[in-house]
Design a binder for this molecule. Structure first.
Ligand code: ATP
Ligand code: LTN
Length: 333
C-alpha cells in the first residue's frame, strides 16, 4: 500500500473519432499498456473532444464502444488501471470552463492542431474546436498527473497545459501538479502510407494510407504492398526518402530493430521484400489484439461493467482537484 502511494500518476486519452490506427497504437496506446505496472494509470476515451468535429450520432455510439473494446484488447487491464469515458465524468466539463478563463485567445490561436483542423473543416470552425486544449488540460490536471504518454503531435497541447497550470498555481498556490509529456523514441509520428508527409490519422480520406488495428491480415498486407516509396530502390534512412523512412520507423517500432540493423537486413534486397517483411511484422503484432477484440465486443455487459467502475473511480479522484480549484477561484459552497 505504501508503495502504491509512491507510484507516479499517468494520464492519457484518445478520441473515439474512428477506428484506432497503427499510429495511435505505436505512438500512444502501446505505452499506456507498458506503463501499467510501474505507475498508477488513468486513461479515458475523450468523447467530448470528438464532437469538436461533426459526428453522425449512431456511428459515434458504435465508435465509442469499438474504441473501448479495441484499447482493452491492446492490454489495458481495469484491475490495474482506470479506463473511463470522459462524458460520464462531469468534473471534466466543469474544469474545462474554469481553465478556459485562464487560457488566452493568443495561446489557443497558435495551436497547430486547431489550424490544421479548421483548414480541414472550414465550414465548422466552432468554439469547441478552438478551446479543445483547455478541455484537454483539465483532463490531465484533474488527476495531478506526472506523465502523459502521447504521440509527438500532442506535444504542443501538453506544453500549453503546463503553462495554464503554472499560471493558475502562480495566482492561487499549489493546486495542480505540472505534468510532463512521455513521447516514444520510435513510433511517435507514424505517417500515412500513401502520403508520407501527412500523419497517419483515423480520419484519413485515403483508406490505403492508414492501417487500422482491426484490419484483417490480407488488408494490412495489401496496404503495405501499395505503400508509396521512391525510385532509389535501396532500404536506407535518409532525407527525402519519406515513404521508406516511415516504413523503417514502423518496422523498427514493431521489431525493436535499429535503422542500422534494418539497412543490413535488406542490403541488396528490393522494396518488395522489405514491404512484405513490414506487413508480416505488423500482422503478427496486431493478430492477438484483433482476436481479443472479437471476444470483448461480443460481451457488452462486461464492457459496461468495466467503464462504470472506472467512471466512478475517476469521478472520486477528479472531484478532489475540482473542489480545490473552485474554492481557490472564489466560488462558495
Ligand atoms: P483524428 O484523426 O480524429 O484527429 P487521431 O488519429 O489523430 O484522430 P487522436 O485521438 O487525436 O488520434 O490521438 C490519440 C493518440 O494517438 C495521441 O496520443 C496522439 O498523439 C497519437 N497519435 C495519433 N496519430 C498518430 C500517429 N500518426 N503517429 C503516432 N502517434 C499518433
Ligand atoms: N487531444 C488528444 C486526446 C486527449 C488527450 C487528453 C491526450 C484528450 N484529452 C489528455 C492526453 C491527455 C489527442 O490525442 N488528440
Amino acid at each position: 500500500m505504501e508503495n502504491e502511494q509512491k507510484k507516479q500518476v499517468v494520464f492519457s486519452a484518445i478520441q473515439p473519432s474512428g477506428t484506432i490506427t497503427l499510429g495511435n497504437y505505436l505512438g500512444a496506446v502501446r505505452n499506456w499498456v507498458r506503463m501499467q505496472d510501474e505507475y498508477n494509470c488513468i486513461y479515458a476515451l475523450a468523447d467530448m473532444h470528438t464532437i469538436t468535429v461533426r459526428q453522425e450520432p449512431a456511428q459515434m455510439r458504435k465508435n465509442i464502444l469499438d474504441a473501448y473494446a479495441s484499447i482493452m484488447a491492446c492490454g489495458i487491464d481495469v484491475e490495474k488501471s482506470i479506463f473511463f469515458i470522459q462524458s460520464h465524468v462531469h468534473t471534466h466539463a466543469e474544469m474545462a470552463w474554469i481553465l478556459n478563463c485562464y487560457t488566452q485567445f493568443g495561446e489557443l490561436s497558435r495551436m497547430t492542431q486547431f489550424k490544421d483542423k479548421s483548414a480541414k473543416h472550414a465550414d465548422n470552425i466552432n468554439a469547441g474546436l478552438f478551446t479543445y486544449p483547455s478541455l484537454m488540460a483539465g483532463d490531465i490536471l484533474l488527476y495531478q498527473a506526472d506523465k502523459v504518454p502521447v504521440g509527438a503531435d500532442q506535444k504542443q497541447h501538453i506544453e500549453l497545459t503546463c503553462d495554464i497550470a503554472k499560471r493558475f498555481n502562480g495566482l492561487y498556490g499549489n493546486v495542480f501538479k505540472i505534468p510532463e509529456g512521455f513521447i516514444p523514441k520510435n513510433g511517435a509520428r507514424v505517417m500515412s502510407l500513401q502520403n508520407p508527409l501527412n500523419k497517419m490519422s483515423k480520419s484519413d480520406e485515403n483508406a490505403n494510407g492508414c492501417v487500422h488495428l482491426l484490419d484483417p491480415p490480407e488488408v494490412i498486407m495489401k496496404k503495405f504492398k501499395r505503400a508509396v516509396t521512391d525510385s532509389d530502390a535501396c532500404v536506407r534512412y535518409a532525407e527525402g526518402k519519406d515513404g521508406v523512412n516511415n516504413l523503417m520507423t514502423i518496422y523498427g517500432a514493431v521489431t525493436g530493430k535499429t535503422y542500422d540493423e534494418i539497412e543490413k537486413e535488406f542490403d541488396g534486397k528490393g522494396y518488395g521484400d522489405f514491404k512484405t517483411a513490414v506487413g508480416e511484422a505488423v500482422i503478427e503484432e496486431l493478430r492477438p489484439i484483433r482476436e481479443r477484440y472479437e471476444q470483448l465486443i461480443a460481451d457488452k455487459a462486461y464492457l459496461e461493467d468495466c467503464y462504470h467502475k472506472s467512471d466512478e473511480l475517476a469521478l472520486r479522484i477528479s472531484s478532489r482537484t475540482l473542489n480545490k480549484a473552485m474554492k481557490k477561484v472564489g466560488f462558495i459552497k
